[in-house]
Design a binder for this molecule. Structure first.
Ligand SMILES: *Cc1c(COP(=O)(O)O)cnc(C)c1O
Length: 394
């Protein structure tokens, strides 16, 4: 068993576990007891793979970005999760979880969402399967993210405003948990990243691991070697990164680089650079690394990209960071926006601002010239056009 994967108690080193209120035990234990068995079932695997192929459009291409490679002096490949149906990697996980929910006999799906990307991915698979869908979203986020709210409603989901606290993601998460406690028998809660109580971080990482599984095969075809020198991805909660790293974790000669959002700068007070500033603690049901005050209050994160605006980092990432297996760095808003424009003009690909953070780190690398680098392009930039337009006065 890999020392970087979850152990049979639900931990990655000192991180992970299931720190939940007693009233959630039945729901979480049901998942813990069944998820591996269901995911190993041949009929589950067959349906998952078929939907990834025919509905999501997988395998996503591994694209050798020649002009980008020339600029930085390395052989750079982009794993094109931006070409998936709904425009990002999130659909890999929601497809997996909806199939699991069906096999657990659930009739109703709930989710929380911040910017709305996970809400849209969840509403999409509920429409696909004809299951009832309720998405909790902070009242302020509902106002800020009108197009995603419209998408969810058009697919038949009910969007419920969370009106307590700061009226954003953490309040929506609280509402979703309350709903799950009240509806333990018929409802499955789809969490959108590698966070939450065990088994969510492992389950979501397994669904996203298709990213590195395909990459190994594609790289072998293209270069004659299945492992790159470096893999890179951006990290909010950490699901696209977990998928990009998964099948390379035990190849210790593959360097792993995760890029967090520094916002206005690591020391600016407006940041989401969790590993640079965070300390160990419990958030959303697992032991991880999070930004907190002296007395343990969670600090509000900030990033120009809504998907990286998270005060913690999933338990597997906390362990990769602490064990030294992964290098955790950060990029500011400005660095990311410039990197997004650069990719657009060098390759004709407009990346999500989240993904632009991973691209931004290329500026700080010193390549010898023959390295093979794979970067996870987690999503497309259509959703971010307003932000790009404002930033560059387009
Ligand atoms: C949500 C999102 C992210 C951040 O989530 P992770 O769980 O860290 O992957 C990154 N990129 C895109 C395009 C997203 O939509």
């Amino acid at each position: 068993m890999s020392k970087y994967q979850v152990d049979n108690r639900g931990y990655y080193g000192p991180f992970g576990g299931a720190y939940i209120p007693e009233m959630l035990y039945p729901n979480v234990e049901e998942l813990q007891n069944q998820y591996l068995q269901i995911m190993k079932d041949p009929s589950f695997i067959a349906e998952f793979e078929q939907l990834l192929k025919d509905y999501v459009g997988r395998p996503s291409p591994l694209y050798h970005a020649q002009r980008l490679s020339k600029k930085y002096g390395a052989k750079i490949f982009l794993k094109r999760e931006d070409l998936n149906h709904t425009g990002a990697h999130k659909i890999n996980n929601t497809i997996g979880q909806i199939l699991l929910a069906e096999r657990l006999g659930k009739k109703r799906i709930i989710a929380e969402t911040g910017a709305g990307q996970h809400g849209v991915a969840t509403a999409t698979v509920c429409a696909l399967k004809g299951l009832e869908c309720v998405v909790y979203m902070g009242e302020i986020d509902i106002q800020r993210q009108a197009p995603n709210v419209a998408r969810m409603k058009m697919m038949g989901a009910k969007v419920v405003a969370a009106k307590s606290g700061s009226k954003t993601l953490k309040d929506a998460t609280n509402e979703a948990l309350r709903d799950w406690i009240n509806n333990p028998v018929d409802t499955h809660y789809i969490i959108g990243s590698v966070v939450g109580p065990h088994p969510y971080p492992d389950m979501v990482a397994r669904f996203q691991s298709i990213i590195s599984k395909e990459t190994r095969k594609q790289l072998l075809e293209k270069t004659g070697k299945g492992t790159p020198d470096i893999v890179m991805a951006c990290v909010g909660g950490g699901s696209n990164a977990a998928g990009m790293f998964y099948h390379f974790l035990d190849d210790e000669d593959v360097k792993i680089i995760a890029v967090e959002a520094a916002g206005h700068g690591v020391e600016s007070g407006e940041t989401a650079a969790t590993t640079a500033l965070g300390k160990e603690g419990v958030l959303h049901g697992s032991r991880q690394i999070l930004m907190q005050t002296e007395d343990g209050q969670v600090i509000e994160p900030y990033s120009i990209s809504a998907g990286l605006d998270y005060p913690g980092i999933g338990p597997q990432h906390a362990w990769l960071f602490k064990s030294g297996r992964g290098q955790y760095v950060s990029a500011t808003d400005d660095e990311a926006m410039q990197a997004g424009l650069r990719l657009t003009q060098l390759e004709g690909i407009i990346p999500a601002i989240e993904s632009s953070h991973a691209l931004a780190h290329l500026e700080k690398m010193n390549f010898k010239g023959d390295e093979t680098v794979v970067i996870c392009l987690s999503g497309r930039g259509d959703k971010d056009l307003d932000n790009y337009m404002k930033y560059f006065n387009l």
